[in-house]
Write a protein that binds this ligand. Structure first.
Ligand code: NAP
Length: 294
């Protein structure tokens, strides 16, 4: 059944996700803070809106896919934010990767206005967004999840209702710990091969079939070998995700030494002006420690 759908945030991920909703036959209202980001959607039949509030006035379900916690707070709660156009029963679905604690706060605030919220961060990268094969991890009420499920199915394949509000963001933080520490491991292994004078491409090929094989070795390992750090998933976003992890771990009194180490490498990349590169550039931080040139 076609639904009235809103989408705010039309970057690397948001644009193809919104296009997939449109292709699935839903009616779309979109907002991007730079109007040029809306054009591909408008060309495909969506209505451009001047603000998130205008999106919410028209749509029954409003998706948000922006960068960081303050951005989501701005899009949902600030002047001209979603909350000012929403009606009782409107469902707000935040698919950005942000803080679980801030998510719980926002869900509470929206709930007091009878507006429902789901947190539904994703994994699978730009390729998953384009192909509609994202993994989607969802927090919020099960009956609200059930209503939105057909829309999630237009964007993803592995869709899991994890628990209450914030649980989706906790799952995503877990995902980012595994991805970051694995990129670090692949970086160290390929650097070890190079320093030994052994062909790192052959090492990657040898490792792919055994226990060290992984999607990260396959995709990010290849990017490291090709010296191709076009994003993908930017260093600055991975730094943001590990900041979320470390802040939460700090509040819980939880030591995560592996994640903390990779957070330092991401900080170093930011300091070197590499924030816009794909986060497989962690290999550069590893190499620089031992003065290895690319
Ligand atoms: P991106 O390409 O930088 O896009 C972010 C979009 O949000 C941009 O269009 C930006 O507008 C908009 N935006 C940011 N702050 C805003 C604000 N305050 N008000 C209005 N619009 C705002 O990033 P992305 O790669 O699509 O990532 C989006 C989210 O998905 C992030 O939370 C990221 O961690 C997560 N994620 C990304 C990937 C990936 O592989 N890229 C994978 C999984 C999850 P402008 O165009 O004007 O800058």
């Amino acid at each position: 059944m076609a639904m009235k759908v809103g989408f705010v945030g039309l970057g690397i991920m948001g644009r193809p996700m919104a296009l997939n909703l449109q292709k699935a036959g839903h009616r779309l209202w979109v907002h991007g803070r730079r109007s040029s980001t809306m054009q591909p959607l408008v060309d495909a039949g969506a209505s451009a809106c001047a603000s998130p509030a205008e999106v919410a006035k028209n749509a029954d379900v409003v998706f948000v896919m922006v960068s960081d916690t303050p951005d989501v707070e701005q899009v949902i709660l600030a002047e001209k934010g979603v909350v000012h156009g929403a009606r009782p029963g409107t469902i707000v679905v935040d698919m950005s990767t942000i803080s679980p604690a801030a998510t719980r706060r926002m869900a509470g605030e929206l709930h007091s206005k009878k507006v429902e919220m789901l947190d539904a961060p994703v994994s699978g990268g730009e390729v998953g967004a384009v192909n509609g094969t994202l993994s989607i991890m969802v927090g919020g009420k099960k009956d609200v999840f059930d209503k939105v499920l057909p829309l999630f199915q237009a964007m993803g394949k592995n869709i899991v209702h994890v628990g209450e509000n914030g649980a989706g963001q906790v799952a995503k933080a877990c995902n980012q710990i595994v991805v970051a520490v694995t990129i670090e491991a692949v970086s160290e292994a390929l650097t070890f091969a190079r320093k030994n004078g052994v062909d790192a491409a052959k090492v990657r090929a040898a490792l792919m079939g055994g226990f060290a094989g992984s999607k990260i070795l396959e995709v990010h390992g290849q990017r490291m070998l090709d010296n191709d750090f076009k994003p993908g998933f930017k260093v600055k976003l991975h730094q943001k995700d590990l900041r979320i992890v470390m802040e939460d771990a700090g509040k819980l009194g939880l030591a995560l030494p592996g994640a903390a180490l990779v957070a330092q490498h991401l900080n170093a990349l930011m300091g070197a002006g590499d924030g816009e590169l794909d986060s497989s550039a962690i290999v550069k931080a590893v190499e620089r420690l031992s003065a290895l040139a690319r």
